[in-house]
Ligand binder design. Structure first.
Ligand code: ATP
Ligand code: MG
Length: 287
């Protein structure tokens, strides 16, 4: 799989309409990628143990998408094989009044990964340049007029880029995934949620309301991705009409990212080695 096809580092023009959401490379069914994903999970798990033991680099994985794109199941798959001790998942919903009383990055800062750990954001501070842009929600904020001007969203792109750059300089790498599905596939998945009793809980009429703003969201995603993709903290646009394929690419990207981090188990000092030897001697003598 050529992962560069999905990667945006700020140098390419982002054109969501030109993107094939049904793309599945040379594969036709989920069986074709099964063994690849299984191998990936094994290696990701080994690399995570090293990341944790080394404790030098934190990894922030951000998942953004329209409703029913498969964020939840993608996250579930990323998690499989990962030691739960080293990973946290956070969902970002509509902000509470306490959250609204703070700057928009505040709630994310509180749950950033420490070095050695992985944090997964199911939605994120990117909502503050997506839904907030589409519905001009910043105009309703209780802030001085200078903080809600026509270029508020543009300024936020810069703030986010600087924020992620700052994190990178502090050992935290941010990788952003946009699960890109077609409007037609969303329609079908919504219908399935209504038809299938076990999926009813996943459906909300608010989803239908937001669907009306489809084009505005696409535009908001396109500008946000274009403005915040960098080589250090890239965006990946993942074709999401076939869930099995998006999960396979995501696991490949995660593996590649972790290989590049190249974490190592800490090397023990001669003194520590001597302590280990002494402990072995005592235990062998059943002391
Ligand atoms: P599900 O797959 O269960 O639908 P979800 O991520 O869509 O998962 P919901 O509870 O349905 O979860 O939706 C969360 C909602 O919160 C989204 O509509 C999102 O746009 C909204 N939201 C998140 N952050 C903000 C924000 N900063 N300002 C306004 N709305 C936000
Ligand atoms: Mg939802």
């Amino acid at each position: 799989m050529n992962l560069n096809r999905y990667k945006f580092n700020g140098k390419q023009k982002v054109e969501l309409t030109a993107f094939d959401t049904k793309y599945t490379d040379c594969f036709t069914t989920s069986d074709d990628v099964k063994s690849i994903v299984e191998e990936n999970v094994k290696e990701i798990s080994e690399l995570q143990s090293k990341l944790y033991a080394e404790g030098k680099t934190g990894l922030l994985l951000i998942f953004q998408a329209m409703d029913a794109a498969g964020k939840d199941s993608a996250i579930k798959h990323v998690m499989s094989g990962i030691n739960p001790q080293g990973v946290n998942v956070h969902s970002f919903k509509q902000p509470s009044s306490e959250e609204l009383a703070h700057d928009y990055l505040w709630r994310a800062v509180k749950v950033l990964p420490e070095r050695g750990k992985i944090a997964i954001f199911n939605r994120s501070y990117y909502e503050d340049v997506l839904v907030v842009k589409v519905h001009k929600l910043y105009e309703k904020l209780n802030v001085p007029p200078r903080c809600k001007t026509a270029d508020t969203i543009k300024k936020r792109y810069e703030q986010i880029k600087n924020f992620e750059d700052y994190l990178w300089e502090n050992g935290i790498i941010t990788i952003k995934f946009f699960l890109h599905l077609s409007k037609e596939t969303q329609r079908k998945r919504f219908l399935r949620r209504i038809d299938n009793k076990d999926k009813n809980w996943k459906f909300s009429d608010a989803d239908i309301r937001e669907r009306k703003f489809w084009d505005d969201y696409q535009e908001a995603y396109q500008s946000a991705i274009g403005a915040t993709a960098t080589e250090k903290n890239p965006w990946y646009i993942i074709p999401a009409d076939k869930k099995w394929f998006s999960r396979a690419i995501i696991s490949n990207i995660l593996l590649q990212t972790m290989r590049e981090i190249d974490p190592q188990y800490p090397v023990i000092t001669p003194e520590q080695e001597a302590v280990l030897e002494e402990s072995r001697r005592k235990l062998t003598k059943q002391e």
